[in-house]
Design a protein around this ligand. Sequence first.
Ligand SMILES: [Zn+2]
Length: 75
Amino acid sequence: MSVILSYQWGSATPEFRSDAPNIIFFGILVAAIIYFATRFTRGGPFLRQRFCTACGRGIPFDALICPYCGFRFSS
Ligand SMILES: [Zn+2]
């Protein structure tokens, strides 16, 4: 809170800075970016899935047979 609150000399109590809402909003934005970055880099759905070439649905990355349409992958 020492970053957000700034003591003004002459006033009895610390006051919120005028840009305090911007700092809070920026902090929430950074936290959200870090949250989504760690979520998608640690084996997120986009990394653990690929799309079936036959039906186009998302399937496990190491699946040999599509669980939806039964298409058998050669590799
Ligand atoms: Zn399929």
